[in-house]
Design a protein around this ligand. Structure first.
Ligand SMILES: [Zn+2]
Ligand SMILES: [Zn+2]
Length: 257
């Protein structure tokens, strides 16, 4: 039987029009916070071109199991054809958008010192989270950790900055998931197998972590093949987590399997 997944078309555009005023109270640079080229007319922090780019990559339907773009007409029981048979350790995913256009620029810049994008990154993550079916089922937000050497070099973990800004009535941010191996950078073209091997055994939890029997939502900036999220989810479940969900700003590598 062919069923349609949750429709997300235009949710982003509606959210934009509802929120532009609110964001404007936080950010009103004379120039676009993303491209810096145009003057900002609407008090949103972004110029019209950057908003248009954002809307184009944030409005598509996507698979709630793997996060890839999906047409409602090719999904079966809410799962896309690309991820059927794929071993996925997390129990659902929400994303702000596809890794393209101004969202790609912002995600890249955010982890390369442009921390002034934190308000818009958090707003994008919050807006995506509100569309999830697991919003009420989260005990902890757990940012995907950086190795301590990388965090020291960068000065911050961008996923942590997003996690601490999220609006949720009860869930707490927890950093007891740690990266114990300084894995290689994963270029976009790295194969799925190579990515999985690169992060295998790279994560562990701190002694006296609170994850047993709890429901966790991982927070990250980008999902490519899902190898990192998968390894984090596997580690957390081995430590007793009952559910592990994922919230990402963007999904890349749509055709990678
Ligand atoms: Zn712009
Ligand atoms: Zn899928």
């Amino acid at each position: 039987m062919i069923t349609t997944p949750n429709r997300t078309s235009n949710w982003f555009a509606r959210a934009v029009s509802d929120t532009v005023g609110g964001l404007g109270q936080l950010l009103w640079p004379a120039k676009c916070v993303n491209c810096g080229r145009h003057s900002v007319e609407r008090g949103s922090g972004l110029c019209d071109d950057c908003w248009d780019g954002l809307i184009s990559v944030c409005s598509a339907d996507y698979c709630r199991r793997c996060g890839r773009d999906v047409s409602p007409y090719v999904a079966r029981e809410g799962v896309c054809l690309s991820c059927r048979g794929e071993e996925i350790h997390f129990d659902g995913i929400v994303r702000a958008g596809r890794y393209a256009e101004s969202l790609q620029d912002m995600v890249k810049a955010f982890k390369n010192d442009k921390t002034e994008l934190d308000s818009i990154m958090v707003w994008l993550a919050d807006t995506a989270l509100e569309t999830s079916t697991f919003f009420q089922d989260i005990d902890f937000f757990v940012p995907v950790p950086l190795h301590w050497r990388k965090r020291l070099r960068r000065g911050y973990n961008h996923s942590y900055l997003v996690a601490i800004g999220l609006k949720h009535p009860t869930a707490k941010v927890n950093t007891d998931l740690v990266r114990i191996r300084n894995t290689k950078e994963q270029p976009t073209m790295m194969t799925v197998t190579a990515r999985a091997k690169n992060v295998a055994g790279a994560f562990a939890v701190r002694y006296r972590h609170p994850f047993a029997g709890r429901r966790i939502c991982l927070v990250d900036d980008i999902k490519t093949t899902g190898a990192t999220l998968n390894e984090c989810a596997k580690t957390l479940k081995e430590e007793g987590a009952s559910k592990v969900f994922a919230l990402v700003l963007s999904v890349a590598g749509q055709n990678m399997m």
